[in-house]
Design a protein around this ligand. Structure first.
Ligand code: NGO
Length: 563
């Protein structure tokens, strides 16, 4: 960068057609109880007794440790497909081993888990491929799919089983959330480190669960991007879409057009120094994202949102005159020159270099708000550019305006409309979807993380209205757009535009607590969707964010624990 937990009865939760029912569900943390009271309470309460185990176990614990109930298995975000609670909790101790299959991918997940657990527990937690008991990460054939997993917890250990390393990684995120929030701290904390007994079986509803970060309006360093990646991973997001170019800045080095970065990247909204990623820095972001099982989706926005490029190379302008760099926040005023051949040399070079740097399947070509390009020119431009993306081995993604042109076979359209978007525009998107264009849903009045929560939110924009936490969570991607079959929906993405955001604390205040909701919409079965239970799970995340140093908005809609 140039700057720049005695046995307890089993409680079962079943998914029904419309919502989860549970034989029991704790609504507040349960205090540990003395073992002799166990059977009475068992009769009285049915099966709520993860707690009892905690009481019994803590009797043998070091005196400094608080008596603490294990976190119920169904407190996780995103909500798992099925949860069967009960049995003896597992307790991580100084003698716990992390047992992994002897493959680099599984070892990597094991190392990642150890790096989270060691600082706060103070335990060695050695990785081993031998023995049994402890924390076990194993690959096996089963009904897990590419990203699903099964977590079994009992007296002897916790076993996460998956078919692919990504499934193990997501299982590790679940395990993390089942441990006390203090596990996230970087200094040794008192235990006990209990994982409630039972079984979780889980797999995602959608394959594409994204988050977008706009590094063009304000530049964010590699370290800031890594921090956001870690936050995304906690909620099983698997795509990081980077908005790498816009009117205010070009953020990726392109060898064949060096001024794009050195000049086009030299400022940002408000006039700050901007910045850009060298190719090695971009590769480092891709590598780090991959280590968290996220695929990077680079976006080069065109033909509009291109002032930084147009300012860098006069010849890209229809009149041959380079405009000045732009540091405001207006949209829709710039366009590549659709009728000049050099435009396509430029596009080919940029797509070739970005594709070569990107192991992921996708390359996003923007296509939004091309208000300075006529519809005919827009369609002609997209007809020429989409095959270039294919030639360099990538699948096109475009903002949903692409459905107004001729989306290439296999192209994806990212819908960013609102309730008030015209019926005609929604119908255009639905037609494309019925013709095979799959959709990523990013409705701006739901999951644009840059929208203000309320009129009093200091950061953010309001063009799509105010988006409080409930509004952001309470919609169904599978039935959101009229006449779009659920099978046309590839997934959900939460964009974070940065016209008003310039620090990690800014990003976090806007993303938390809405991001976990978007992640749940992407991962969890529709049958688990329920605001009243969700808001309780969401509130329970706050101590974890505190432990991680994540800034968040204390929405009055959420029953936060006392600060
Ligand atoms: C729009 C616009 C972006 C803005 C964003 C702000 C899309 C796809 N184009 O979303 O340029 O930054 O709103 O919310």
């Amino acid at each position: 960068m140039r700057r720049h937990h005695s046995t307890t009865p089993r409680t079962t939760r079943t998914i029904r057609a419309t919502r989860i029912t549970r034989t029991t569900r704790p609504t507040r943390p349960i205090r540990p109880i003395r073992p002799f009271r166990l059977s009475r309470l068992t009769r009285a309460l049915g099966a709520l007794l993860l707690v009892a185990a905690t009481g019994a176990l803590t009797m043998g614990a070091a005196p400094a440790e608080p008596r603490r109930a294990a976190i119920p298995l169904d407190q996780v975000i995103p909500a798992p497909v099925s949860v069967e609670s009960g049995g003896t909790p597992y307790r991580i101790t100084s003698g716990t081993h992390i047992r992994v299959d002897d493959t680099p991918e599984v070892r990597q997940v094991g190392t990642y888990l150890a790096e989270i657990l060691r600082p706060s527990t103070g335990y060695r937690l050695p990785l081993t491929t031998q023995g049994d008991g402890g924390i076990r990460l194993r690959l096996a054939k089963g009904p897990y799919g590419a990203e699903g997993y099964r977590l079994d917890s009992g007296a002897k250990g916790v076993t996460i089983t998956a078919q692919e390393p990504a499934g193990l990684f997501h299982g590790v995120q679940t395990l993390r959330q089942l441990l006390p929030a203090a596990v996230e701290k970087k200094s040794v904390q008192p235990g006990p480190w209990l994982v409630a007994g039972g079984t979780i079986q889980d797999r995602p509803r959608y394959a594409y669960r994204g988050a977008m970060l706009d590094v063009a309006r304000h530049f964010f360093t590699v370290e800031q991007v890594k921090r956001y990646i870690d936050q995304l991973a906690l909620y099983k997001i698997n795509k990081l879409h980077l908005h790498l170019s816009d009117d205010q800045g070009w953020r990726i080095a392109i060898d064949s057009w060096p001024r794009l970065a050195t000049y086009g990247g030299s400022t940002q909204v408000g006039g700050g120094p901007g910045g850009y990623y060298t190719k090695d820095e971009y590769r480092e972001i891709v590598r780090y994202a991959a280590s968290r099982h996220l695929e990077v989706v680079p976006e080069i926005d065109m033909p509009g949102h291109t002032n930084a490029a147009l300012a860098s190379y006069a010849e890209l302008n229809c009149d041959g005159v380079a405009p000045p760099l732009y540091t405001g926040t207006k949209v829709g005023f710039s366009s590549l020159c659709v009728n000049k051949e050099i435009t396509y040399d430029f596009v080919d070079d940029v797509i070739r270099e970005v594709a070569a740097l990107t192991p992921g399947r996708y390359l996003h070509i923007g296509g939004d708000e091309a208000h300075s390009t006529s519809p005919e020119d827009y369609a002609a431009f997209m007809d020429r550019v989409q095959p270039v993306v294919a030639r360099y081995g990538k699948t096109v993604i475009g903002w949903h305006q692409l459905t107004g042109a001729n989306p290439a076979k296999g192209a994806l359209a990212q819908y960013w409309g609102l309730d008030s978007t015209s019926e005609a525009e929604k119908a255009q998107v639905a037609r494309a979807a019925r013709n095979g264009t799959r959709l990523i849903l990013s409705p701006a009045d739901r999951v644009y993380l840059d929208m203000k929560y309320t009129k009093d939110t200091p950061l953010g924009l309001a063009w799509a209205g105010h988006v409080e936490v409930q509004r952001s969570y309470d919609w169904n991607p599978g039935s959101y757009l009229p006449d779009v079959p659920e099978s046309a929906v590839l997934g959900v993405e939460a964009p974070l535009w940065t016209e008003t955001l310039s620090t990690s604390a800014h990003l976090e205040t806007m993303a938390f607590p809405r991001l976990p909701g978007a992640a749940e919409l992407g991962w969890s079965p529709a049958a688990t969707h329920d605001w009243d239970t969700y808001k309780v799970r969401l509130a329970a995340q706050a101590p974890r964010w505190d432990a991680l140093g994540i800034a968040y908005y204390r929405s009055p809609q959420v029953p936060w624990p006392a600060a």
